[in-house]
Design a protein around this ligand. Structure first.
Ligand SMILES: *Cc1c(COP(=O)(O)O)cnc(C)c1O
Length: 359
């Protein structure tokens, strides 16, 4: 059994220089001094947890992840509050979701509590890497992959679990910024029964082409429709999506093909608490077009750990370019952004258990 006591810590002898301008940090290109790593072997379970200097991982060319894509990941952040305290946001949800992804990809289960402790330990070791400028954070990327050298197609017997950390600048440099989204009418991301509900690299690999084509037309992201009828709304690349139509706030239900976002779940909880009419249900692109035509489509926004809330200014479906709320930030989007970031950066108290102190 892996326990906190047996996490070996090997500190770096060559600490890196930390970025000076925290506001200029982009996403995911600078890494902290250390990483967490543990191994899995059939018959032995998860073992040898350790925190070691960040660096390359030796990999055989026959490592199965490179050939058949058996890999899952998570994305979360460590936030520095004004008093210097460092917090995580709902880390239990991340590791519970990791186990859902593990199950779908035939990767062995991890112990949720142990993973939270390992994450806290890594953040504590690299605490100087948690930036303190407003809206900056230390992005954490836990991931598991099969490194067993074998070209046979099967679920592997050997895995590595790694957590790396990357200081990130503010997602929005000058306030919330509405994005232009392309409603995808050719490609599909996944289907019910596929891997859409798992956070796995393959879902991203299969979405790149649509992203490139949308970019070429001046759109920043793709909104996916269901893979069977090409009618029902699923989600944006790495965000769930919400529509405010009349007095109802709607987000697609978790039907098996979309990812259950923790930001999505938190937004639903906050809206319910505030007495909004929130529906998790099927919503078709024609319903959205209809609501837009009738002036009932008040706001559209994406939710995800990176941007928190991302207001949508333009939605393009075939030849219909829908402008939403004059491409301005909606009041609900702004309210949710302020409330969630307030909780995450420790300015306001959130519901019980959402904020977990590291140190
Ligand atoms: C990670 C992710 C999200 C957002 O999930 P959060 O837990 O809110 O960060 C949404 N969709 C996909 C496909 C994702 O990979």
């Amino acid at each position: 059994m892996t326990t906190l006591e047996n996490i070996i810590i090997e500190l770096t002898k060559n600490p890196k220089t930390r970025p000076i301008d925290e506001n200029a940090l982009d996403f995911g290109s600078v890494f902290s001094d250390h990483m967490f790593i543990m191994e899995y072997a059939q018959g032995k379970g998860w073992h040898s947890p350790r925190i070691v200097p960040y660096g390359p991982i030796p990999l055989e060319p026959a490592a199965m992840c490179l050939h058949y894509g058996q890999e899952v990941f998570e994305g979360m952040k460590a936030y520095r509050a004004e008093d210097g305290t460092i917090n995580l946001f709902r880390p239990d949800e991340n590791f519970k979701r990791l186990n859902l992804s593990n199950d779908r990809l035939c990767i062995p289960e991890v112990d949720v509590d142990f993973c939270i402790e390992a994450t806290k330990k890594l953040v504590e070791v690299d605490k100087d890497w948690v930036p303190s400028a407003p809206n900056t954070s230390l992005y954490l990327r836990p991931f598991i992959f099969c490194h067993e050298p074998n070209l046979g197609v099967k679920a592997g017997d050997q895995y590595l679990f790694v957590i790396i950390a990357s200081p990130s600048g503010p997602y929005y440099k000058e306030g919330l910024n509405p994005v232009k989204i392309y409603v995808e009418n050719t490609y599909v991301r996944t289907v019910k029964g596929g891997t859409g509900m798992a956070k796995t690299g393959g879902n991203y690999a299969s979405s790149l082409k649509a992203g490139v084509e949308a970019h070429d037309q001046g759109y920043s992201q793709v909104l996916w429709l269901d893979g069977i009828e090409n009618q029902y709304i699923e989600e944006v690349g790495a965000m769930n999506i919400f529509f405010r139509i009349g007095d109802e706030v709607i987000t697609p239900e978790l039907s098996g093909s979309i990812l259950g976002g923790i930001t999505r779940k938190s937004v639903v909880a906050l809206l319910q608490k505030d007495g909004y009419k929130v529906s998790e249900r099927r919503i078709s692109i024609s319903e959205v077009e209809e609501a837009h035509k009738n002036g009932q489509l008040k706001e559209v926004f994406g939710t995800g750990t990176a941007a928190v809330i991302s207001p949508v200014g333009i939605l393009k479906y075939n030849d219909n370019v829908m402008e939403i709320n004059n491409q301005e930030i909606g009041e609900l989007s702004q309210y949710l952004y302020d409330t969630l970031t307030g909780i995450q950066w420790g300015k306001t108290a959130g519901p019980e258990g959402w904020v977990v102190k590291v140190c």
